[in-house]
Design a protein around this ligand. Structure first.
Ligand code: 5GP
Length: 204
């Protein structure tokens, strides 16, 4: 059976990650997706079990203690984590899974499963464009925008720990998603992934 891989996509604020991941899932309908657990409150329009598994801190901590969580982080005062059951279900079907998670969690998955995990960081073309995107909504104060910018710049600074860095050019999300799709295709042609096919030649 084809072996499923875990594609971890991190995108600091302003990278346009949400749009790109949505396009990617449309391009590859078979791509599995994990619904994370979080202790943050649902935003208007978000549904439990669809956007996140929403839960209180007690429940999150007990899942952690029971070893049910593959990776987790505390982000802006809330816990976020990938449930092992979500990832295992997809991988056991031989399908790839995409995890849309922040940097700390991404590196945990890479450390735990180096052979199955491919990390991709999505970034805006440059710092000026990132700032323009963060200001774009016009709903936040200068102070908040500067904090989000600072955080995004710090996160981009961690890109050296990722396998791939993909630039999401403004108004070119389709090309960006296509680039990630080509990474997914290429990763399945690595020798390690094709080893059993190659070895089956000498077994005959
Ligand atoms: P938001 O609250 O905006 O939905 O998410 C905040 C951040 O948490 C985003 O960077 C998102 O990618 C990240 N995130 C969402 N789910 C998980 C998860 O399961 N694990 C980790 N490590 N980060 C997550």
């Amino acid at each position: 059976m084809r072996k499923g891989l875990i594609f971890v996509i991190s995108g600091p604020a302003g990278s346009g990650k949400g749009t790109v991941v949505k396009l990617l899932r449309e391009m590859i309908p078979d791509l599995g997706f994990s619904v994370s657990a979080t202790t943050r409150a649902p935003r208007p329009g978000e549904e439990d079990g669809v956007n996140y598994h929403f839960m209180d801190r007690e429940r999150f901590k007990s899942l952690l203690e029971e070893g049910m969580i593959l990776e987790h982080t505390e982000y802006c005062g809330n816990f976020y984590g990938t449930l092992k059951s979500e990832a295992e279900k997809v991988l056991s079907e031989g399908r790839d899974i995409i995890l849309e998670i922040e940097v700390e969690g991404a590196l945990q998955v890479k450390r735990l499963m180096p052979d199955e995990c491919v990390t991709v960081m999505l970034i805006a073309p440059d710092r000026a464009e990132l700032e323009r995107r963060l200001r774009g909504r016009g709903t936040e104060t200068d102070d908040v925008i500067m904090k989000r910018l600072e955080r995004a710049v710090t996160e981009v600074g961690l890109a050296e720990n990722y396998d791939y860095v993909v630039v999401n050019e403004t108004d070119h999300s389709e090309e960006c998603a296509a680039q990630i799709k080509s990474i997914i295709t290429a990763e399945h042609s690595r020798y390690a992934m094709m080893k059993s096919t190659v070895e089956s030649y000498s077994a005959e």
